[in-house]
Design a protein around this ligand. Structure first.
Ligand SMILES: [Zn+2]
Length: 122
């Protein structure tokens, strides 16, 4: 089967591939998180009450893992590949680069800016 890059719903083959990518990415993130937690335990054993090292990195990994698991859930639920905010199909290139992406570029920018969402404004 030839890979398509046009619009239209994702094929079963594409969903299978994205799911495999997500599982692989999730396993990698989980391993890094485990390493980080092990290191944190060691550091805390020596220094009770000390601020946990790399708390920010740990939170980022947890958040990423959460996004990956959510994306796998959307594949299983048949709701994968569309923007959570506006429902527009996500670009295949974006999904290929970041399979857990859940917003189109436009909504992502709006979300980042946290500006007013102007309905219908061009
Ligand atoms: Zn959107």
């Amino acid at each position: 089967m030839v890979a398509t890059n046009g619009p239209g719903p994702l094929t079963t083959a594409e969903l299978v591939r994205f799911r495999a990518q997500l599982l692989q990415a999730g396993a990698g993130v989980a391993a890094r998180l485990a390493d980080l937690l092990a290191a944190a335990d060691l550091a805390l054993g020596d220094l009770p009450g000390e601020k946990e090292p790399d708390e920010e990195g740990r939170d980022r990994l947890r958040g990423l893992l959460d996004e990956i698991e959510t994306a796998i859930g959307r594949i299983d639920g048949g709701a994968y590949g569309v923007c959570l905010d506006c429902g527009a199909p996500l670009r295949r290139a974006a999904l290929a680069a970041t399979p857990w992406v859940d917003r189109c570029g436009r909504c992502d920018v709006l979300d980042t800016l946290e500006g007013p969402h102007r309905a219908g404004a061009a």
